[in-house]
Structures are given as C-alpha cells and as structure tokens.
Design a protein around this ligand. Structure first.
Ligand SMILES: Cc1cc2nc3c(=O)[nH]c(=O)nc-3n(C[C@H](O)[C@H](O)[C@H](O)COP(=O)(O)O)c2cc1C
Length: 200
C-alpha cells in the first residue's frame, strides 16, 4: 500500500476531536494544499476563512446542527465561494494575464471564459470548486495523521448572517473542521467497484 492509499484509509469523517491543537507549520501545509487545488479556468474562486477562536466556534455550533466537530476541532475553516470576483473585470484580467499569453490570445481566452460562465449559476459553479479545495486539504492532512470532517450540515443563511457576509459577493460553500480524533476510527463503508464502474 502506498502513502496515498494509507492516507485515504486514515481519513474519515471525524465526529469529535480531542482538543489537541494543530501546530502552525501543519496548518500552513493544509492551507497550501487548498491553495494548490485545481479550479476551472484557474480562477481560484475560493477564500479561506480561518476560525481558531473557541468563542466563535461555540457561537457557530448551534448554526451547524449542533455538531460537536465545530466546537471540539483545533481549526475550523469556512470556505467561501466567490460570486462577484469571478465576474469582476479587473480580477478576470489579472488571473488570465499571469498565463503569459499574447494580448490577442488572452483576449480570446477571456471571451471564451465569459461565454462559458454566462449561462451558469455562479453560486453553484464556484461552490463546486470549493469542494475540490476541501478534499485536497482533507487528503493532504491525512498524510500527516491529522483528522478532519467536512461539514455541509449547517444553516447557510444563518452562518452567512453571523459572519456579516455580503452574499451578493460571496457565500459559504462548505465548512471543514480539522484536529485530532478522540475516538477510534469506524470502518469505511463503500460500494464495491463493480457497482460503481460502468463500461461502454
Ligand atoms: C460535502 C460533504 C458534507 C458532509 N457533511 C457532514 C456533516 O455535516 N457532518 C458529518 O458528521 N459528516 C459530514 N460529512 C461526512 C460524510 O457523512 C462521510 O464522509 C461519509 O459518510 C463517509 O464516511 P467517511 O468519510 O468516514 O469514510 C460530509 C461529507 C461530505 C463529502
């Protein structure tokens, strides 16, 4: 078994953490894994809001189905999907300019991007990509034997109101908690490949 497979087995949705804190170097490594995640057109439509304050975690818990992960984790990460930014001319220009293409190719690329996003639900499109960043972080951290739990069980509008977000600009896509497990890991339940893989 290689290290990635080991990490996949180690990772599970940790329901309660033991209170031990993640050291700064490991936390930086987690954020780097998020930063390096792939995104559609390379637009990086996420921003990572880090919550270390115990008081804020406790205030958030009732808005997150009262889940214990929220208040027992070491670090809580709110991944915000960027709605306004990915439609902002200046940001679009900046993100495409760094590819080092000719002016003409850049302009064509931007046109393609704009026509691609035109029919999309931008909230859904950007949120989907936040989930990719979340999984990058959860898997990376498992290599270092740090636990995580993805959290979709929260009242989105209430959390956004609590954070004072301008939801026309950005929304809460998903929350991830990180720390160290209190309890032994339960077995993974997965369908066999024969049931998942189809062939043409
Ligand atoms: C997008 C997403 C949201 C999730 N939200 C929650 C949640 O709010 N609370 C929770 O305890 N687990 C949550 N989970 C964990 C899943 O229940 C878990 O990954 C699944 O049951 C498989 O178990 P395992 O990850 O331990 O192998 C979520 C998982 C994903 C991918």
């Amino acid at each position: 078994m290689d290290k990635c497979q080991e990490a996949q087995i180690f990772r599970h949705a940790c329901k309660v953490f033991n209170g031990k804190k993640i050291v700064d170097e490991d936390w930086h490594y987690i954020l780097e894994a998020g930063r390096m995640s792939p995104s559609s057109f390379g637009m990086e439509p996420w921003r990572f809001l880090v919550v270390k304050s115990q008081k804020i975690k406790e205030q958030l818990q009732p808005l997150c189905w009262n889940q214990k992960q929220i208040s027992t984790c070491s670090h809580l990460l709110i991944i915000k999907n960027q709605i306004a930014l990915v439609q902002d001319e200046e940001y679009i220009a900046k993100m495409f300019a760094r590819r080092g293409l000719s002016q003409e190719a850049t302009a064509q690329y931007i046109e393609r991007y704009k026509s691609f996003i035109k029919p999309l639900d931008i909230d859904v499109w950007t949120a989907k990509q936040c989930y990719i960043a979340m999984e990058s972080m959860m898997l990376a951290v498992a290599f270092r034997h740090i636990d995580s739990c993805p959290i979709e069980g929260f009242e989105r509008e209430k959390v956004e109101r609590f954070l004072g977000l301008d939801t026309a600009k950005e929304r809460v896509a998903v929350i991830v908690t990180f720390g160290f497990r209190l309890n032994p890991q339960p077995a993974h339940h997965r369908l066999p490949l024969e049931e998942l893989v189809q062939k043409l």
